[in-house]
Write a protein that binds this ligand. Structure first.
Ligand code: PLP
Length: 432
């Protein structure tokens, strides 16, 4: 492993141009050590930084790259499309193709609208829910991330079922007050909040919360949320920007067989290009302009290059056994590491679902954000640093999950398992 001098230099330069030297905050490596890596190339499960160090990548661009980097089918689709022009601001056939594929193989949505990011999908879904119900307030859950939408950058205020307070400057308190933040996995509190407030348009949840650790919910809770929303005539939004097409073609809705009213997608559906989408029944989507009166638009929405990339990826996902194979590989990977660590008595576990995993420095199941001990992030910092030295890249925060792609072969994973176990020895060496 070579030094990371070039990344360090480029980061110093970048600080002149961008706040904190980055264009999205977690990239700055603030919760781990050293300068962020400047990556110049990716192929399969490996990425190469500007200093020519190679890493097995478990971040996978934060989730979109379910086929790994630079997949030939995706690259060819993009290249074939880009030579004909990149955007026309008109409908195009590739959009139809991707839309058709997504809808015909998904029992949970009947119509969709493409946008350019997950945040945009969520923002539009919330507006749609408000437009359909004529109500204003929304309920979200602590520990779920929904992009940087104003009214969703909110955490719980004092006391349960109270109005939220913003977690970012620049959000008027009056916006934050339209959001009620509840704890995950506590059914009675949701019922209470819905009884107490008449003005709720929707409940939004990550059915597989994967942005604050991996907070796997009980199926019973998800079913309860669904039936309670139905009883109170409140729309249920599944934010599937991360879980959609990741745990199965029909996302978490299909995985758990729970029908939400509106679903948001992103990440995987763009195949590494900027795409998001929201979908619902024909009736609900009929409220979206120009059919209905909920306005939503986008200059680059469904541009042909992004549609071509998305189509190339989504097609692969429909192949027989795609998801079972990926899930088995993930199970095996996490089991190997857990077996090693538990054999040594280390306090850790690797919760996983589909091809998502998380390194938790606890053996207890964690289902809510406040069960994560922030002090354990020091352990993650050591792990991250030691893994970089050995050529394994995890997302630079202990609250982030990892992803396994079809490009991670058993041999690649064996190499990673060995290195991760070696690093766990270092992480826990001060303890014994
Ligand atoms: C990533 C993510 C978003 C935001 O998507 P962007 O494309 O980063 O705007 C929203 N919701 C969930 C669940 C996500 O994982």
């Amino acid at each position: 492993m070579q030094a990371r001098d070039k990344s360090a230099q480029l980061f110093e330069e970048a600080k002149n141009y961008f706040p904190g030297g980055v264009n999205s905050p977690v990239r700055a490596f603030k919760s781990v050590s050293g300068p962020p890596l400047f990556i110049k190339r990716g192929y399969g499960c490996r990425i190469t930084d500007e200093d020519d160090n190679q890493y097995i990548d478990f971040c996978c661009s934060w989730g979109p790259l379910i086929l790994g980097h630079n997949h030939p089918a995706v690259r060819d689709a993009v290249l074939d499309t880009v030579v004909k022009g990149t955007s026309f601001g008109t409908p195009n056939k590739l959009g139809n193709q991707l839309g058709k594929l997504m809808i015909e193989n998904n029992a949970f949505v009947e119509k969709i609208r493409f946008v350019s990011s997950g945040t945009e999908a969520v923002m539009s879904a919330i507006r749609l829910a408000r437009g359909v119900t004529g109500k204003n307030k929304i309920i979200k859950f602590e520990g779920c991330y929904h992009g940087h939408v104003d009214s969703l950058l909110v955490k719980a205020g004092s006391g349960l079922a109270t109005f939220g307070i913003s977690t970012s400057a620049g959000i008027p308190p009056s916006f934050a007050q339209e959001t009620i933040v509840l704890p995950l996995n506590q059914p009675s509190i949701l019922e209470e909040a819905l009884l107490f407030n008449e003005d709720i348009a929707c409940v939004i949840i990550e059915p597989i919360p994967a942005n604050n650790g991996l907070l796997l919910q009980d199926l019973g809770f998800l079913r309860y949320v669904q039936s309670t929303c139905y009883r109170h005539k409140v729309l249920l939004i599944f934010d599937e920007v991360i879980s959609g097409f990741r745990v199965g073609f029909e996302g978490a809705a299909g995985y758990y067989d729970v029908q939400p009213d509106i679903v948001t997608y992103g990440k995987i559906i763009g195949g590494g290009m900027p795409v998001g989408a929201f979908g619902a029944s024909k009736e609900i989507m009929g409220h979206v302009a120009p059919e209905g009166n909920v306005y939503q638009a986008g200059t680059l929405s469904a541009n042909p290059v992004a549609m071509a990339a998305g189509y190339a990826v989504i097609q692969e996902l429909l192949k027989e056994g795609f998801y079972t194979e990926l899930e088995e590989k993930t199970k095996w990977f996490t089991q190997q590491i857990e077996d090693y660590c538990h054999g040594k008595g280390y306090e850790m576990s690797m919760p996983h679902v589909g091809s998502i995993f998380w390194v938790s420095f606890s053996r207890a199941p964690i289902q809510a954000a406040d069960q994560i001990d922030a002090a354990n992030m020091e352990k993650f910092k050591v792990l991250h640093h030691e893994l970089l030295q050995r050529g394994v890249y995890l997302g630079p925060s202990g609250y982030e999950v990892g992803f396994i792609s079809t490009a991670h072969s058993r041999t690649d994973l064996e190499e990673a398992i060995e290195k991760i176990c070696e690093c766990m020895d270092i992480v826990f060496s001060n303890e014994s």
